[in-house]
Design a protein around this ligand. Structure first.
Ligand SMILES: Nc1ncnc2c1ncn2[C@@H]1O[C@H](COP(=O)(O)OP(=O)(O)O)[C@@H](O)[C@H]1O
Ligand SMILES: [Mg+2]
Length: 392
């Protein structure tokens, strides 16, 4: 079949013909003048977009400020921890406008573990930065605990980040010249609420929360990737944030270590922590309570889809593994107590240290709760007090 080389007329060509009175296709070829006209139009469009963004900030800033004041007065009376409404973010790169977010709506409640999956460049980091107050949207609003944070100035945003948000990044971002405990004390120092002693105690508690108290005085270079990420998670919780945002938290870890981190996150989530994670690692979605998909700056359906869904068999396997680990840790607790007969007070961490990490980090509940259960059932005679087990 002979191929026809005459270009087809596009709607844009029709517009050109109408506007200029010239033909877009002449003697079977696209008119050079049309191409020039097309470039001009493109430039005008970008200029319009730029002006739009700027005029938006001028024209509507005042109105938004007024609205925000009202939102502030509404105070703590809110339905959702986070409400994102029609979020748009356009970056200007020279003369090009990159629409990274194109109308995202999302609500997050306390206790959610939200995972947003999507290919590279789909806008995940941009969305996380807006929710975490690292950047502000071009259009749309974000409410955190009932307060509109989308138009706050830099200082007010910094305060929100410091007081209400915990951050975990792909490459841990620990300060290399400081030890694990010192890294965790940094945000405590900035919030200025605790004494030096109080800060140390809290930092140690946080380290024990992630099972790393024995690494307190190691510097990041002396820790493995998984350990560094656990320190970063402990640091994120230093100021009791309303939500912890995680950008590719397992992105730099091998899959086994990644799963350990995810187990820790799930454990913290079960104990009340709220997470929003973005990743292109499908494993994260197995641990989240809500999964969204992101594509070209838009959130598509919620839910665990296709091959990514945790099957019932996978879920059973995971649960039975965690349950088995719980039983294993119970018998190891007894073994430890038997070997330490006669003592009336034992540090919980000493007991915990006698059990392999692979078991402690993959329990169906927190280690302290396993101990508490044994006490409740009178299998051990005693009580928990602070970081110790008191035996009668
Ligand atoms: N600071 C920036 N300036 C210009 N373009 C950016 C900037 N940050 C991100 N982008 C662009 O926005 C789009 C979304 O990026 P990003 O949110 O980082 O996606 P993801 O995290 O899903 O990989 C990409 O096209 C990216 O190139
Ligand atoms: Mg990213």
């Amino acid at each position: 079949m002979a191929e026809t080389r005459i270009p087809k007329k596009t709607p844009e060509m029709e517009e050109y013909e109408e506007e200029t009175g010239k033909l877009a296709i002449w003697k079977g070829k696209v008119n050079k003048d049309f191409k020039k006209w097309q470039d001009k139009k493109k430039k005008e469009e970008i200029k319009k977009q730029k002006a739009d963004i700027l005029s938006y900030s001028r024209r509507e800033k005042q109105e938004l400020k007024k609205e925000m004041k009202e939102d502030k007065e509404v105070g703590k009376d809110y339905d959702h921890l986070i409400v994102a409404e029609n979020l748009h973010k356009t970056y200007l790169l020279g003369t090009t406008a990159v629409a990274a977010l194109r109308g995202v709506d999302l609500t997050i409640d306390k206790g959610d573990f939200v995972d947003i999956m999507g290919p590279s460049g789909s806008g995940k980091t941009t969305l996380l930065n807006l929710i975490g107050g690292l950047d502000t949207p071009t259009r749309g609003k974000i409410f955190l605990e009932g307060k509109n944070i989308s138009m706050l100035n830099d200082n007010a945003l910094a305060e929100i980040r410091r007081e209400r948000i915990g951050f975990v990044f792909q490459f841990y971002n620990l300060l290399p010249q400081m030890t694990a405990i010192e890294n965790i004390m940094v945000p405590l120092h900035f919030s200025g609420k605790l004494s030096r002693r109080g800060k140390r105690k809290k930092a140690l508690d946080l380290l024990s929360l992630v099972g790393l108290e024995e690494r307190a005085h190691h510097s990041p270079s002396e820790l493995s990737g998984g350990e560094q990420q656990r320190v970063a998670i402990a640091r994120a919780f230093a100021n009791d944030p309303a939500i912890c945002v995680l950008d590719e938290p397992t992105g730099d870890l091998d899959s086994k270590t990644g799963v350990m981190i995810l187990n820790l996150l799930r454990d913290l989530n079960k104990r009340g922590a709220t997470f929003i994670a973005v990743s292109h690692d499908a494993a994260v979605s197995e641990f989240a309570t809500r999964v969204f998909h992101m594509r070209d700056g838009k959130l598509t359906h919620e839910g665990k889809v296709g091959g990514l869904k945790e099957t019932e068999i996978m879920e059973l396997k995971r649960k039975s593994e965690a349950e088995m680990n719980k039983e294993k840790s119970k018998s190891m607790i007894f073994k430890y107590l038997y070997a330490n007969q006669g003592r009336s007070q034992i540090k919980i961490n000493d007991i915990k240290d006698s059990i392999p990490k692979s078991i402690v980090l993959n329990l169906s509940e927190h280690f302290n709760d396993v101990l508490a259960e044994l006490l409740e059932e009178n299998q051990i005679n005693g009580k928990l007090e602070g970081d110790s087990l008191i035996l009668y």
